[in-house]
Write a protein that binds this ligand. Structure first.
Ligand SMILES: Nc1ncnc2c1ncn2[C@@H]1O[C@H](COP(=O)(O)OP(=O)(O)OP(=O)(O)O)[C@@H](O)[C@H]1O
Ligand SMILES: [Mg+2]
Length: 360
């Protein structure tokens, strides 16, 4: 068998359509895969002009590129939606390689590939949309939840201030001023919360920087300390100084810690021992892990299954959004969060955050 016959045989075997044309674009050869993609036998195409066999190529961009390839003696490739004269359509990827006496044109049907890519893109954008929507919904719910308490307090103080001022006697003016002072503090807290939540929603994504996790833990603890003290809860720390630097949005992680500590305090009402332990360390996969342990009621199987489901609460006045928001935040950071019963009673909630390289 001569070298030419051997090449011809190989071209029959390859899984791409193949057409050889001379410098005048007359088709010299077409392989079996070419017949399959096109739907006509080679005998109907060989010996005729390429432009006659594929009229829709001639005046389109592909025709232009093929003439350019022939003229400039450089390879070209092109993907387009081809329409056959009978109306059939397919995405065809074409590559043409010039030689001294013509063009070797390879082509394949990439329709199903394109469909898969298209489907993937659609699914991805739907997913992003859905997770953003559920995060927004959860945010709106926290907003209502977190604001209702301080605003009720404001209302009560303002009402009693009004009553006090009606009664007038100068001796009571001092009490009135004090009540209004409390009202002002509560309003500031509500305003600050609103500001943070608005920033979170507006960003729509998490902006992480390198932070010391110990500082984040300390800042969150300061915010819940008054609440812990009034509930007779002791807060302990076990911080690993070798697990320090995290890539995180500090305000958001404070929010997660506040949610977990508040849950812990609420779970310990009526317990003998009321102790929250916050610890940091390295997780087995090298991330930074933060754990909040309590000595409260613990987690039974039913509660455990629904922990992170929005609006599911085991409490009379609970909204059931604290943990679902915490999960949204932790996952936006690339971490995970889970709750489990603690050895010796109570519960432990652990979450991970990506480790950062120490700042210079
Ligand atoms: N430390 C814990 N110990 C025992 N149960 C817990 C603990 N943390 C959460 N839970 C259970 O999980 C439920 C969901 O918690 P989550 O914080 O999401 O909602 P919530 O505390 O009920 O309401 P909110 O979010 O409004 O504070 C709680 O109602 C409680 O039943
Ligand atoms: Mg909660």
């Amino acid at each position: 068998m001569g070298a030419q016959d051997r090449s011809r045989e190989i071209l029959q075997l390859i899984s791409e359509g193949f057409v050889l044309v001379d410098t005048g674009f007359t088709v010299l050869e077409m392989n079996a895969e070419g017949e399959r993609i096109d739907g006509r036998p080679a005998a109907k195409i060989v010996g005729r002009s390429l432009w006659d066999s594929w009229p829709n190529v001639k005046d389109g961009q592909l025709g232009h590129l093929l003439r350019e390839a022939m003229h400039d003696r450089r390879p070209v490739s092109f993907e387009h939606l081809y329409t056959w004269p009978d109306g059939r359509q397919a995405w065809i990827e074409t590559r043409a390689y010039p030689s001294r006496d013509g063009l070797a044109i390879f082509f394949r049907d990439v329709s199903s590939q394109r469909e898969t890519e298209e489907e993937l893109r659609r699914t991805q954008s739907e997913l992003i949309h859905a997770s953003r929507m559920s995060a927004m919904g959860a945010m709106a719910a926290t907003l209502a939840h977190e604001l209702s308490q301080p605003l009720t307090v404001v209302g009560n103080y303002v009402n009693s201030a009004r009553r006090l001022l009606q009664a007038v006697p100068a001796a009571q003016a001092r009490d009135a001023r004090q009540a209004l002072g409390f009202a002002a503090t509560s309003t500031e807290r509500a305003t600050e919360l609103l500001k943070r939540l608005r920033a979170f929603v507006a960003k729509g994504r998490t902006e992480t920087e390198t932070h010391d996790i110990q500082t984040i833990v300390a800042d969150a603890s300061v915010l819940v300390l008054p609440h812990a003290q009034s509930e007779g809860v002791e807060i302990q720390f076990r911080l690993d100084r070798f697990a320090k630097w995290v890539k995180a949005d500090a305000v958001q992680i404070q929010q997660v810690l506040i949610n977990l500590i508040k849950n812990a305090i609420e779970a310990m009402r009526g317990a003998e021992l009321r102790r929250v332990t916050i610890s940091t360390g390295l997780s087995p996969d090298g991330q930074i892990e933060v754990a909040v342990e309590d000595t409260g009621a613990g987690l039974d199987e039913d509660i455990r299954r629904e922990l992170f489901t929005p609006f599911s609460s085991g409490k009379d006045k609970g909204l059931g959004v604290g943990l679902s928001i915490s999960r949204t935040i932790v996952e936006a950071h690339g971490g995970t969060i889970e709750g489990a019963p603690r050895d010796g009673g109570g519960a432990v909630f652990r979450f991970t955050l990506p480790r950062a390289t120490p700042p210079a």
